[in-house]
Design a protein around this ligand. Sequence first.
Ligand code: AMP
Ligand code: MG
Length: 332
Amino acid sequence: MLIPVLIWGLLGCSRQPEKITCTDTAMGTVLQQTLYVSPGTDGGKIFSEMKYLLEDLEKRELSWRETDSLVGIINTSAGKESVELTAPLESELDLVLEVGKRSKGALDITLGKVCRLWNLDHWAQIGGEDFCVPKQEEIEKFLVHTGAEEIRLKEGKIEIPENMELDLGAVGKGIACDRLQEYLQEQENVTGAVISVGGSVLTYGEKPDGENWKVGIAHPREEGNNIAVLHLEGGMCVSTSGDYERYVQKEGVRYHHILDPVTGYPADAGLVSVTIVSESGCLSDALSTACFVLGKEEGLALAESYGVQALLVDSALGIFMTEGMDKIAVLE
Ligand code: AMP
Ligand code: MG
């Protein structure tokens, strides 16, 4: 009996999915991929196809830096003509504009010129020594050309007024998670995955041990530590917006990359980090930015109105959660 049991055991073992991991960069951020695949799967091919998918998404659709991406074309066509969207981007923009409305403009994808004026991505990267706060009149000059209610999105086409510039930085990584999930659903050999693209994480499928996926929420003031760990099923997206992600410090003031569309200055509603968990990456990313700008009360109310889970951290490092979040978040 010993031999058949042994052989059966070995066969059983060999059918277990294998865990493979890869750390790379894509969309200007760190791409971390962990996959569980059937034995014999070409994991390298899957990793590079996912990276390529993200580079393509950035280059062809989302990047304001590329003049021939869809966002680039929309921006150069401002006030001149409408631009045809891809079907997924049309429904993603629909959702983003709805979050914009329901957040009373706290999420505003028309802030492109104001974001460029602050240029915080750049200053955060090179250090803030020579950073100068933009002049009030300059901020006001660019704020005049913002306001998502001016966007016309109809029948697959979009048109924005003259001088307006779109910036989809607030939702790009979440959209990336949605597109990756679609790709994974087509891969028969992938049984489970957890993929992180900058501040957004996707869980997919199941772990071989049947355990939940564990996704850490970065501590906003202790680099390398988590403030909480989320225990999630497959098919969830986690997006975090924080004032610690991209910022410069000048004369004791932290100038971070999430702007308040009313003032044109970095949002200052008392929060330092917002995490949203939803089945849609586009929604979780849109809401993480919107709730950060809105602050604790209005942010929690907005998240609850969408039926998603939220974990907010205020500047005293107090933690506030939607009702269901305490069932999936373990505080560190
Ligand atoms: P996130 O890290 O997802 O909160 O996105 C922040 C990025 O979105 C910034 O780097 C800007 O490109 C852009 N952004 C900043 N403030 C806003 C805002 N209030 N609404 C929409 N996009 C914004
Ligand atoms: Mg966001």
